[in-house]
Design a protein around this ligand. Structure first.
Ligand code: AMP
Length: 310
């Protein structure tokens, strides 16, 4: 199986209570690819500027990710995002977003990227997500987005959502998109658009999975040190979608979806331990398995019915 991803390839300036990094490698597609590359062959699609060095490309290509469709635009500058976190690491303020080379990017996918089995439309302008969707005949398509696109390109975004199998958004974005305060009814509204799976990311509280006839929820892995939450959602998506790609013939099986949630959760927990891509770029398969085991252990219980009054 192979997975194609389109989304931001970025430089991020991030300040958290634990430090600050200027113009480090980031972007939704970058974090996704680093996580998903543990499972399958990944093809990354997107533009970068002249400021994107061979060293950045080498990080992107970790674990063999194909970067043939990463186009370096001459005279262009790489997408830039800047954000700041306070003590509540679930809340962040975006200070700056510069689309730069993404503004006029018209993707032309290579045969390898077009021939993917699974497509991930990571966070970027919905028109670009659609342009890539139209070039692929993937069996399974998942999509992520964010508050900016819900605000300024809502119709284009819901039109793309109607054509995918799985939508992954955080809880605030689901509420913003649907106008529903309740997460389950918000997810049901998204299912009504066409997808069969909705994942609601809830930051340090974990993630919930909603299908037409099922609900599953996992807490985040309980860490004592969180340094930089940037990219946690994309890393979760890389683990979740990567695992599903690996088990594509069973992707509708509720047990497989639950295990995909566990892999997404484990990978995201590593991402937040260091700034940017530092931790996941050096992660090992054994470390991932270890955290999935611990997650299983800490979420299991036996129901021995208590003698109750009434
Ligand atoms: P996450 O923390 O998972 O929501 O993702 C953070 C990543 O998203 C950062 O690396 C940013 O470069 C990227 N990002 C931030 N804003 C946007 C945007 N408007 N479009 C695409 N990517 C973005």
């Amino acid at each position: 199986m192979s997975v194609t991803v389109v989304g931001s390839l970025a430089f991020d300036t991030v300040a958290t209570p634990f430090g600050r990094r200027d113009r480090m490698l980031g972007g939704a597609a970058t974090h996704f690819a680093l996580a998903a590359s543990f499972f399958e062959d990944i093809h990354v699609v997107g533009p970068v500027g002249e400021d994107f060095t061979d060293e950045h490309v080498a990080v992107l290509a970790t674990r063999g990710t194909d970067v043939a469709d990463v186009e370096r635009i001459s005279g262009g500058r790489t997408f830039f995002w800047s954000g700041e976190y306070g003590w509540d690491l679930n809340a962040r303020e975006t200070l700056d977003t510069q689309l730069n080379v993404f503004e006029h990017f018209a993707p032309k996918l290579s045969a390898a990227s077009r021939g993917c089995d699974v497509l991930f439309l990571a966070n970027i302008q919905p028109a670009l997500q659609r342009a890539v969707l139209e070039q692929c005949a993937a069996e399974f398509v998942a999509l992520d987005s964010m508050n900016l696109w819900i605000e300024i390109a809502r119709d284009a975004l819901t039109a793309v959502m109607a054509r995918v199998d799985c939508v992954i958004l955080n809880d605030a974005e689901l509420r913003q998109l649907t106008g529903r305060p309740n997460l389950v009814t918000a997810a049901r509204d998204v299912l009504a658009l066409g997808p069969s799976v909705v994942v609601a990311k809830q930051g340090e509280y974990g993630a919930a999975l909603i299908t037409s006839d099922g609900f599953f929820s996992l807490p985040a892995y309980p860490l004592e040190t969180v340094v930089d939450p940037t990219g946690a959602g994309d890393t979760f998506a890389g683990g979740f979608v990567g695992y599903l790609a690996r088990h594509l013939d069973q992707a509708g099986d509720p047990e497989v979806l639950r295990r995909a949630m566990a892999y997404g959760t484990a990978l995201a927990s590593y991402n937040v331990e260091r700034f940017g891509t530092d931790r996941v770029a050096k992660l090992t398969a054994a470390e991932i398995h270890d955290r999935v085991d611990r997650l299983q252990e800490m979420t299991r219980f036996d129901h021995l019915p208590a003698p109750l009054v009434g």
